[in-house]
Design a protein around this ligand. Structure first.
Ligand code: UQ1
Length: 452
C-alpha cells in the first residue's frame, strides 16, 4: 500500500510541471470544494459551466477545480432525442456520449454517486463513503423512472416480440421504432401515467408520429390508435390542450382520460387500467403498446434534509434557492419548482440559479433574478410538423414567436418548429447548452438581471 503510494508520487513528479499542477487543482483526493454540483445531466453540466463563466465575467474567476460535478455515470444522454429515435429520425447512438469527454478542464469530476446529504455541516457523502464539503451545493440529480410501478412492464419490455416498448430509456427507445414499423394491423395503444413525469407531452408525441407513419405507409385504415392517459385532458395548458384534442378528433384517435396503466399481460396482449372516475379496472386488448412508466423523486433525495414532503429538493420557485439551507440550490427534474420537467426549463432555470448563487456567494444576498416557470414542449404532431408549446407558472402560454407575423399562433403545428426540434435543439444542446453558452429562447445571449 505504502509502496504503491510512493510509486504513484514518483510517477506524478515525473509527469511534468503542467500535469502536476492540474493534478493539484483537480486532485481526486481533495474533499473540500467551493461549489459542488450533484448530477452531470442536462441541468448539472449546464449550470456548472454557467457558474464558472459568471464568476469569470465578474472579474472574480474561480480556479480550475473549485467547482466539482459528482456523478457516477459513464454516459450522458440527450433525452429529448429519444422521441426522434423512436420515430426513426435519429440513431440512438447519437443521443449518448461518454460523460468524461463532456467535462471541461475547469470543472473537477468525482465519478461516484451521492448517498446522503449533511447540509447542517455543508457536506455530502458518496456511495464509496467519501465525505465532500462545500461552500455552495447545487442539486441537479434528475428523477427516478419506476419501471416496476406497472405490473408486468419490465418483462414485456425485455421481450423482443411483445409489441411493448417505451421512449423513456436508451435501451428501449429503438424498440419503439421497430414495433411501429412491424405493425400491419390491429390496435396501437399509447399510455401516460398518473403523477409527475418528465416531458409531459412526450407520451403523445410518439402517438402522433406513429399515427402519421401508419397513414403515410398505407396502414392507417388497418390500425386503430388510442390514447389512454391518467390526466384529465390532452395537455396541462388549455390553449394547447384544446388544439390537441381537436387534432385527436379529426384524426380519429380514441381518447380515454383518467385511465392509469397498472398491468401488462404479455401472454394475452392485454393492458389493465385503473379508471379514476369510478375506480374500476378496465382491461383492453392491444397489438402494439407504448407504455410510459410512472416517475418520482430519487431515493437518496426523498426523505433527505433538503427534500420537501413529496421528495423533491425544496426550493423557492423564483430564486431556486433551497427553502431550508441558504447555500443549497436546485434545478431540473430534481427540484420542487412547479414547472414541467424538461431541458427547455433548464435553459431558463440555469442562468437564474447561477445569478443568485453568484450574488449570494459574493454579497450574501440574492439578486433580482426570478424564474417565471418558463418551459416548453416541442410537440411533434407528425413528420414535418410540430406545435411549439411554451408556457410558464400558472399554465400560462409564454410564446417566443407569437409576434412573428409569418408564424402567428404557436398552437398551429408548423415545419419550422419541426426543424427546431429535429435539427436546431440537438445541435444547440451539444455545442452550446451543456457548455454553459445557451440560454433557451434568447439563444447564446445571456439574459440580464437587476441587482435586487
Ligand atoms: C431550447 O433551448 C432547447 O435546448 C436546446 C430545447 O431542447 C431541449 C427545447 O426544446 C426548447 C424549446 C428550447 C427553447 C428555445 C427556443 C428557441 C424556443
Amino acid at each position: 500500500m505504502l509502496a504503491a503510494r510512493a510509486t504513484n508520487a514518483l510517477l506524478k513528479s515525473k509527469a511534468g510541471l503542467s500535469t502536476s499542477l492540474r493534478f493539484a487543482s483537480t486532485a481526486a483526493e481533495k474533499d473540500k470544494y467551493k461549489i459542488v454540483v450533484v448530477g452531470a445531466g442536462s441541468g448539472g453540466l449546464t449550470v456548472a459551466n454557467q457558474i464558472f463563466y459568471r464568476f469569470k465575467a465578474a472579474g472574480k474567476p474561480l480556479n480550475e477545480g473549485d467547482i466539482v460535478v459528482v456523478d457516477g455515470a459513464d454516459s450522458h444522454y440527450y433525452q429529448p432525442g429519444w422521441t426522434l429515435v423512436s420515430s426513426g429520425l435519429l440513431r440512438k447512438e447519437d443521443t449518448r456520449k461518454d460523460l468524461s469527454g463532456l467535462i471541461p478542464r475547469h470543472l473537477a469530476h468525482i465519478k461516484d454517486y451521492v448517498k446522503s446529504f449533511q447540509p447542517e455541516s455543508n457536506c455530502i457523502t458518496t456511495n464509496a463513503g467519501r465525505k465532500i464539503s462545500y461552500d455552495s451545493l447545487v442539486v441537479s440529480a434528475g428523477l427516478k423512472t419506476n419501471w416496476d410501478g406497472i405490473e408486468g412492464l419490465p418483462k414485456a419490455l425485455a421481450d423482443p416480440s411483445s409489441g411493448v416498448s417505451s421512449i423513456y430509456s436508451y435501451d428501449t427507445c429503438d424498440k419503439v421504432w421497430r414495433d411501429i414499423e412491424a405493425l400491419r394491423s390491429g390496435k396501437a395503444v399509447f399510455t401516460q401515467p398518473a403523477g409527475v413525469i418528465k416531458c409531459g407531452g412526450a407520451p403523445q408525441k410518439i402517438l402522433w408520429m406513429a399515427w402519421d407513419r401508419f397513414r403515410k405507409t398505407g396502414r392507417g385504415d388497418q390500425i386503430k390508435v388510442d390514447f389512454y392517459t391518467a390526466t384529465p385532458a390532452m395537455f396541462a395548458v388549455k390553449k394547447y390542450s384544446d388544439a390537441l384534442n381537436q387534432l385527436r378528433i379529426e384524426r380519429g384517435v380514441g381518447g380515454f382520460f383518467q385511465h392509469n396503466l397498472v398491468k401488462v399481460d404479455t401472454a394475452n396482449r392485454k393492458a389493465t387500467f385503473k379508471n379514476a372516475a369510478d375506480n374500476s379496472d378496465v382491461t383492453v386488448d392491444y397489438t402494439l403498446l407504448h407504455a410510459t412508466p410512472p416517475m418520482g423523486p430519487m431515493d437518496f433525495i426523498k426523505g433527505s434534509p433538503i427534500a420537501d414532503e413529496a421528495g423533491w429538493v425544496a426550493v423557492d420557485p423564483g430564486t431556486l434557492q433551497s427553502t431550508k439551507f441558504s447555500n443549497v440550490w436546485s434545478l431540473g427534474d430534481a427540484s420542487s419548482a412547479p414547472t414541467s420537467k424538461t431541458a427547455a426549463a433548464v435553459t431558463s432555470e440555469a442562468p437564474i440559479l447561477t445569478e443568485n448563487l453568484f450574488t449570494v456567494m459574493d454579497t450574501g444576498k440574492v439578486s433580482g433574478a426570478r424564474y417565471d416557470g418558463y418551459t416548453s414542449c416541442p410537440l411533434l404532431t407528425g413528420y414535418g410538423e410540430l406545435m411549439l408549446a411554451e408556457f410558464k407558472y400558472g399554465a400560462e402560454p409564454k410564446e417566443t414567436f407569437g409576434q412573428f407575423p409569418f408564424i402567428g399562433d404557436q398552437s398551429k403545428p408548423n415545419r419550422l418548429f419541426y426543424h427546431f426540434k429535429k435539427d436546431l435543439f440537438p445541435w444547440a444542446y451539444w455545442n452550446f447548452m451543456i457548455k454553459g453558452k445557451w440560454f433557451g429562447p434568447s439563444g447564446t445571449f445571456r439574459p440580464k438581471y437587476s441587482p435586487q
